[in-house]
Design a protein around this ligand. Sequence first.
Ligand code: DQA
Length: 147
Amino acid sequence: MTSILVLNGPNLNLLGTRQPEIYGSTTLADIEAMCHDTAKTIGVSVTFEQNNVEGAMVDLIHAARGTQDGIILNAGAYTHTSVALMDAVSSVEIPTIELHLSNIHAREEFRHTSYIAKVALGVICGFGAHGYVLALEAMAQHLKSKK
Ligand code: DQA
């Protein structure tokens, strides 16, 4: 079965209470449940992770090699700063979709830069928690077209 890693970065563990006017009131546990429901519907398996530490995220991306067919990556603020995460994504050669709850292009200037986008298959942002469903569907479709 097709396996997809959904990897969440710093501060996303606080979803639900963190700036709900920007990120909504859905918790990360709700999003995880949504991902598992979507996975069941579209016939893929999902591994859901969150980590606040950049190096730990690099390790999780490395560990995906040989075990995961695709990665959905909400790298949080590391999106805008992390050459290490960008290099990890290009090193493992696993198709990766960059994801954000908010529309980063409609926010502060520093959020308009993404190191992840440079190596990503595509980018989904601005659709709140539903973006995770969209990203899983897009990844499943992409992987199917490559078989
Ligand atoms: C975010 C957007 C980032 O700019 C921010 O640092 C986050 C969340 C999003 O999902 O909208 O932590 O990745």
